[in-house]
Design a protein around this ligand. Sequence first.
Ligand SMILES: NC(=O)c1ccc[n+]([C@@H]2O[C@H](COP(=O)([O-])OP(=O)(O)OC[C@H]3O[C@@H](n4cnc5c(N)ncnc54)[C@H](OP(=O)(O)O)[C@@H]3O)[C@@H](O)[C@H]2O)c1
Length: 265
Amino acid sequence: MASSKPICLITGASSGIGAELAACAAADGFDLVLVARRVSGLANVAQACQRKHNTTVTILPADLGDATASRVLAAELRAKRIDVHTLINNAGLGANGTVAALSLESQLHMIQVNITALTELTRRLLPGLIERGTGAVMNVASTAAFLPGPGMAVYYASKAYVLSFTEALAEELRDTNIHVSALCPGPTSTEFGAVAGNSASKMAKQKSVMMSAASVARSGWDGLLRNERVVVPGLANKVMVQALRATPRAIAARLSASVNASGEP
Ligand SMILES: NC(=O)c1ccc[n+]([C@@H]2O[C@H](COP(=O)([O-])OP(=O)(O)OC[C@H]3O[C@@H](n4cnc5c(N)ncnc54)[C@H](OP(=O)(O)O)[C@@H]3O)[C@@H](O)[C@H]2O)c1
């Protein structure tokens, strides 16, 4: 990359929250590395950022469900001499169904994308941030991180991992100039529900509780700049997370089972 702007790498930048995070970073003077499977989606995001902010954008298509993808990505960054200042691990997916009903393959795929790739990219890029003494890591978790999720068990558990991992990393880097933040959105209007196959769930039917991807991304980006360890966008989500802290886990599990249910009365 010829430009002297700091570089922000965003996974899952082809749609939803990731695409909006790209817009926030570009507006704040970052060049971008955009990662996802759909090149057309990445190209649209890149074009908008180039036009509006004169951003230099590198598109690196990758399937993070492939166990070799993070290693290959890190090698591509090295080969292109791209030093990432800000890493945003946003790519993720859910799958609606019980542990017994969902295929093992789909649950292991979720763990690979939501947990393994996020951990591996962080570990591979972190030494560069530490060496340069500056940078940032944002990991996109969810309000699902705060409770068990019957009907989406692996998804909720994967986000609990992301939250715990990120809070621990933030503490490990407390005395450095590296910001670390977990973004925990509640229901957000993106392609997530359709991908998860939960468009029939009670939550998906409650369109009024959904935030826009743009406002979630704005909260997350501002929180990262302020070095907030945990960012929960939106008042309703903040209140829910506080209430969950005082709720017995078994009751929380019963409540989320009902939210994740197929919507049958
Ligand atoms: N929407 C919500 O209600 C909500 C709530 C809480 C947390 N979140 C979290 O927010 C993050 C972004 O989701 P979103 O809501 O913006 O949904 P989205 O529109 O479906 O975006 C998901 C992004 O992840 C990418 N992705 C999925 N699988 C991938 C793979 N195997 N390899 C590379 N990239 C992959 C997708 O790109 P390609 O398909 O092009 O690969 C897409 O860019 C996720 O981590 C999600 O868990 C969402």
